[in-house]
Design a protein around this ligand. Structure first.
Ligand code: NAD
Length: 338
């Protein structure tokens, strides 16, 4: 039988995860929960996605003639797993409800780590999530850091990591966030919390991070320094990044010199919403100085966590026993390049 899945919260992350579930041979999207009867709700219905809402919003949807199948509780009766993609901090409010319905829950990076039994990245700790009742897929920045760090640790023992995140100001659809014309140290008190988030998955790693926010909506960029226990050649580092699923090496000599170029390439590929679920590392940026390695990478914040959400569903249901097994299905169905 297919895994029956609900998505609660149908925003940037929720809509993408819902569409990814529709593409999985072993999953059924039973319904999504929307709070507002808006254009997104209308479009979901017209694309055949069963829509549910909160029990006190049913009338608001009826007034706008947007058909809903029932309430969140009605939906939870019918599923094995719920992907919570509500705004950061809201997921924990729903946790008792999910537990009451005996439904396994996948939370997002905007929640505190305590919300779930394990914080998760497929390449780093897939097996720790097997059979768990709740899993937290870490944030977009943390997912990007973990992909490259866990790739590098396949061939080297990492002594420490120091990284700076140049963060996008808002997602394209957000109208009230800034800055419009400034570079904002965020947080100004160093270090930033991103390292702590990496440690929820890799508790023993020596990592320190800093971050600034810049006026762009397209992607985040990370500048990463790692010190290794032993010297490793640039060739071997390039090879491990190349061979790791969900990592793409961008060739600046082909014109892929900025996040704008990466997004233009995604649009040329005809990718829906110009999504780039792969972590992009600039090939030319990878440099080795003795036991130090440095590189620059780009993270498409709106889509990078989508494959990990799909893998997390398989992990809690024990529907794939290894990271390799789930990655094969997820990446093929989502057209992830390698
Ligand atoms: P979003 O605001 O785009 O979407 C959240 C959705 O939940 C909206 O549709 C909103 O109407 C709905 N909602 C609000 N209150 C609700 C409630 N009480 N019950 C049900 N639904 C409710 O947010 P998002 O960017 O998709 O973020 C969701 C989570 O994913 C957060 O934890 C965030 O930190 C994390 N995340 C976001 C990004 C990103 O860049 N956007 C990247 C990775 C992880």
């Amino acid at each position: 039988a297919r895994i029956r899945v609900a998505v609660n919260g149908f925003g940037t992350i929720g809509k993408r995860v819902a569409e990814a579930i529709l593409k999985q041979p072993d999953m059924e999207l039973v319904g999504v929960v929307k709070t507002k009867p808006d254009y997104v709700a209308k479009h979901a219905v017209s694309s055949g996605i069963p829509l549910y809402t909160l029990s006190d919003r049913l009338d608001a949807f009826r007034e706008k003639n947007i058909p809903v199948e029932g309430s969140l509780e009605d939906l939870l009766e019918k599923v094995d797993v719920v992907v919570d993609a509500t705004p950061g901090g809201v997921g924990k409010e729903y946790k008792p409800l999910y537990e009451r319905f005996g439904v396994k829950a996948i939370f997002q990076g905007g929640e505190k780590p305590e919300v779930a039994e394990v914080s998760f990245n497929t390449l780093c700790n897939y097996e720790e999530a097997l059979g768990k009742r709740s899993v937290r897929v870490v944030s977009c920045n943390t997912t990007g850091l973990l992909r490259s760090i866990c790739s590098l640790s396949r061939i080297a023992k990492i002594k420490k990591v120091r990284a700076t995140m140049v963060r996008r100001a808002s997602d394209p659809k957000e109208v009230k966030r800034g800055p419009v014309n400034a570079i904002v140290p965020n947080p100004v008190k160093l270090p930033s919390h991103h390292a702590l988030d990496v440690k929820t998955v890799l508790p023993t790693l020596d990592i320190v991070t800093t971050a600034v926010v810049v006026p762009t909506t397209l992607m985040h960029v990370h500048i990463v320094f790692a010190e290794l226990e032993d010297q490793v050649s640039r060739e071997d580092i390039v090879a491990t990044f190349e061979q790791t699923p969900r990592i793409l090496l961008a060739d600046a000599s082909l014109g892929l010199t900025s996040t704008a170029d990466l997004v233009e390439y995604a649009r040329d590929l005809g990718r829906k919403r110009y999504d780039i679920p792969e972590l992009v590392i600039w090939l030319d940026s990878i440099a080795v100085l003795g036991r130090e390695v440095m590189w620059m990478q780009a993270v498409h914040q709106e889509s990078i966590v989508v494959p990990e959400n799909i893998d997390a569903i398989r992990a809690v249901m024990e529907a794939a026993k290894s990271a390799e097994e789930t990655i094969r299905i997820t990446d093929e169905t989502l057209g992830i390049m390698h």
